[in-house]
Write a protein that binds this ligand. Structure first.
Ligand code: HEC
Length: 133
């Protein structure tokens, strides 16, 4: 009889120990979602613009959201274009004047080789993306 009780105890202990339930709360980190990412799920143009900006356009090489790298930050560009009610599409077609940093225009101008080959829709997507900052 003693032996039986002991073996039952072992079985119970073993089955308890082996099954460690995953913690229901805590642990799981919620990623902070930026305003732009949230907006991108609402407006497909922004999603498209982001892809072009980071991909085919290679714009991220020189433009970051909030800091000036080689080119002005997207926040700065967006602010100035809103203030002056100017069109990024026109600028990227090579038909506008630089209004953000004309002294560095030559560096930006080289990219018109890429943007001039984009469709109007692609340029509008890029504009929407930049203006979302
Ligand atoms: C080689 C670096 C470089 C790359 C790549 C680049 N830019 Fe620029 N960009 C600049 C510099 C430098 C300026 C500042 C000169 C100026 O204002 O024209 C600028 C300025 C701008 C401006 C403001 C223009 C104005 O009115 O003054 C816009 C809009 C812009 N870039 C968009 C883009 C987009 C969209 C792309 C990708 C297709 C891109 N840039 C890729 C360097 C770059």
């Amino acid at each position: 009889m003693k032996k039986l009780v002991l073996s039952i105890a072992i079985v119970v202990l073993a089955s308890c120990g082996g099954k460690k339930e995953e913690e229901p709360f805590g642990k799981k980190q919620v990623e902070p979602v930026s305003v732009t990412e949230e907006a991108a799920t609402v407006n497909p143009m922004l999603e498209k613009g982001k892809k072009l900006f980071e991909g085919k356009g290679t714009c991220t090489a020189c433009h970051k959201p909030a800091t000036k790298v080689i080119g002005p930050s997207l926040k700065e560009i967006s602010k100035i274009y809103k203030d002056k009610n100017a069109s990024i599409v026109t600028f990227l077609k090579g038909e506008g004047e630089p209004i953000v940093d004309p002294s560095q225009f030559e560096v930006m101008k080289a990219n018109f080789a890429i943007t001039k080959n984009m469709t109007d829709e692609e340029l509008q997507a890029l504009e929407a993306y930049v203006m979302s900052f």
